[in-house]
Design a protein around this ligand. Structure first.
Ligand SMILES: Cc1cc2nc3c(=O)[nH]c(=O)nc-3n(C[C@H](O)[C@H](O)[C@H](O)COP(=O)(O)OP(=O)(O)OC[C@H]3O[C@@H](n4cnc5c(N)ncnc54)[C@H](O)[C@@H]3O)c2cc1C
Length: 554
């Protein structure tokens, strides 16, 4: 079957749109990664039946010998190349975008709902999904679940996997299933089915039982991970339940496409106080992190001297985007920071520990206790007693990256070492080695380091001119060196942004050959023909990175 036939067939079978105009394909060919892949078609399904029809057609075409595949797309903000494909893009934001229900402790949503709209609905009941990512104003629920996203409140509340209770999915042959917690007896019933769902339950049950020790041993030991398939999360040892929704979460649309999710929600705390720490001696970092964590901050974030200096330098640009009153107030608030830059007194690292409680007194008490616990250490500390006072720190933490991107023309934000996680105990050895490595490449890019310091999760997104061959070579040369450092410390290559095209080739290095073979077996059970987002999670190569990388300046 030719691609043209596929287009006609799909258009004739679904209620939604099938597009292949240049503008639509151009949008679908990019996410926020450093890759570009142009699809054949973009399909916008109206409902689950449409998704089933498209998947079945691609499945049948592949079975008949066509070279065709598909990838799901929500808002397309992925940094790893996750939603990019040369095949058929199934785009969810056009129609499958409703928040269907908000209950007393949960919400039911479709994948195309933007997080900002989802939160508007959940806040009506004073509830939130606390694993929302930093891209909360841009991204949609499809990617939050499929990437197993995390963010600034993950330290306290965990990642999306913790909140996914149930997923309605379309399997690779176009059949549908609901994955949710099942008792051992219910799993036995599922195993009797003569469908793809039945064969998945039979295969996964055997795989998980036979390899339980290996899976437990290779489970990442850091507090956040989006690398590989979360085989360790499928069975709940405490309840004895099996929940395949936990495996679909974070699988980047490589096992199944989800069309409806039931997500647990939490009631956010009302009041916040922030302890801000200005650190010049990095060797104190593990001790500081340990002592602050004892007071259970809701978030514990950091940014480095490069970020700080750039934020002050680009302050006028930043203020321009705000209203006059806010800009004037923030301009005044930033005077001490501007003075630090002018006098060369910028600290190496700024840490922000935010304590959230139901009363301001309790939040403040925790911030004071954390500050007092550091009294014998050489670190400057300041307490911001309300959200208005801590706003400027959040602005630098959240906005500096986009500012940098907008203001340095000709340079692409190039995520390739953007999301690794190390145990906080290794900071004194790890950070100097990391900095030394990055400094070796300083002629090729500008970089800042920011991250979730409480979880050991760092975001480094260098700005590079990708039109230059020598810069593109750095991506393949530096990443393995950084990842080797991370793995030597017991870390993981991605805490939230996931594997995609950019990190799938590092999975053997991270998990070892035996575990990677289990990932391949899992993929084979769900997607025997290999039509679901191939090259991500399983089978991706360094050649893919090289071939699909952008080759132009911004
Ligand atoms: C400035 C910036 C900051 C960011 N900060 C964070 C952060 O703090 N934490 C974080 O986790 N990420 C972050 N990201 C990455 C990204 O925004 C998030 O991972 C986000 O959740 C992706 O959502 P999306 O709707 O854009 O997904 P997309 O990019 O559309 O897709 C992401 C993946 O999900 C798959 N997918 C989408 N819908 C479905 C579906 N229905 N079924 C199966 N698979 C599906 C896609 O195939 C793809 O593999 C950031 C990105 C940017 C640009």
């Amino acid at each position: 079957m030719t691609e043209f036939d596929l287009k006609k067939e799909i258009a004739g079978a679904i209620k939604g749109e099938v597009k292949d105009d240049a503008a639509t394909l151009a949008i679908a060919s990019r996410d926020t990664s450093l890759f570009t892949l142009t699809p054949e078609l973009v399909v916008c399904p109206k409902d689950t039946a449409d998704v089933q029809a498209v998947v079945k057609m691609v499945h049948d075409a592949k079975a008949a010998g066509a070279d065709v595949c598909l990838a799901a797309r929500a808002a397309g903000t992925d940094m790893s190349g996750g939603p990019l494909t040369t095949g058929v893009v199934i785009s969810f934001t056009e129609h499958l975008n409703r928040v269907l229900e908000v209950g007393e402790s949960y919400a039911v949503t479709e994948p195309g709902a933007y997080y900002r709209d989802f939160e508007k609905e959940t806040l009506k009941k004073n509830l939130i999904l606390p694993s929302y990512p930093a891209s909360r104003e841009l991204c949609a629920m499809g990617g939050i679940v499929a990437n197993n996203s995390g963010g600034e409140r993950t330290l306290e509340y965990g990642k999306t996997e913790k909140y996914v209770e149930e997923l309605d999915v379309v399997l690779s042959d176009g059949s549908s299933a609901t994955f949710k917690a099942l008792s051992p007896e219910e799993v036995e019933e599922k195993k009797k089915l003569s469908t793809l769902e039945g064969s998945i339950y039979r295969g996964m049950d055997a795989l998980l039982t036979k390899n339980a020790a290996l899976i437990e041993a290779r489970k990442p030991k850091v507090t956040k991970n989006s690398a590989g398939y979360a085989l360790w999360s499928v069975r709940d040892e405490r309840t004895g339940a099996t929940n395949l929704a936990k495996l679909i979460t974070g699988s980047q649309g490589t096992l199944a496409l989800w069309t409806r999710a039931k997500l647990a929600l939490v009631r956010p705390k009302e009041h916040r106080a922030m302890l801000v720490l200005f650190l010049s001696n990095l060797s104190l970092l593990p001790e500081i992190v340990e002592r602050v964590l004892r007071q259970h901050p809701e978030s514990f974030e950091s940014y480095d001297d490069h970020t700080f200096e750039l934020a002050v330098k680009l302050l006028p640009e930043m203020l321009k985007q705000m209203g006059f009153v806010k800009a004037a107030r923030l301009g005044i608030d930033f005077i001490p920071e501007a003075a630090m830059v002018a006098t060369g007194g910028v600290p190496k690292l700024i840490l922000m520990a935010e304590f959230a409680e139901d009363t301001i007194e309790e939040a403040d008490r925790k911030a004071v206790a954390a500050r007092d616990a550091l009294a014998d250490l050489d670190v400057r500390a300041k307490i911001e007693k309300n959200e208005r006072e801590s706003e400027k720190y959040w602005i630098v933490r959240r906005e500096s990256f986009s500012l940098l991107r907008k203001n340095l023309h000709g340079m692409y934000a190039s995520p390739f070492i953007d999301d690794f996680v190390v145990p906080p105990s290794c900071y004194p050895e790890f950070l100097p080695k990391l900095n030394a490595l990055l400094d070796q490449y300083e002629t090729h890019f500008i970089y800042t380091i920011a991250g979730h310091i409480g979880n050991g999760n760092f975001h480094i997104i260098p700005l590079m001119d990708l039109s230059k061959e020598e810069n593109r070579r750095v991506i393949l040369e530096l990443a393995p060196k950084v990842y080797q450092l991370v793995i030597d410390e017991g870390g993981t290559t991605t805490g939230e942004h996931n594997d995609g095209i950019i990190r799938t080739p590092y999975l053997p290095m991270l998990f070892g050959a035996e575990m990677v073979a289990l990932f391949a077996e899992t993929k084979e059970l769900f997607d025997p023909l290999g039509i679901m987002n191939p090259g991500k999670k399983v089978g991706g190569t360094f050649e893919d990175i090289e071939r699909d990388m952008l080759r132009q300046s911004a």
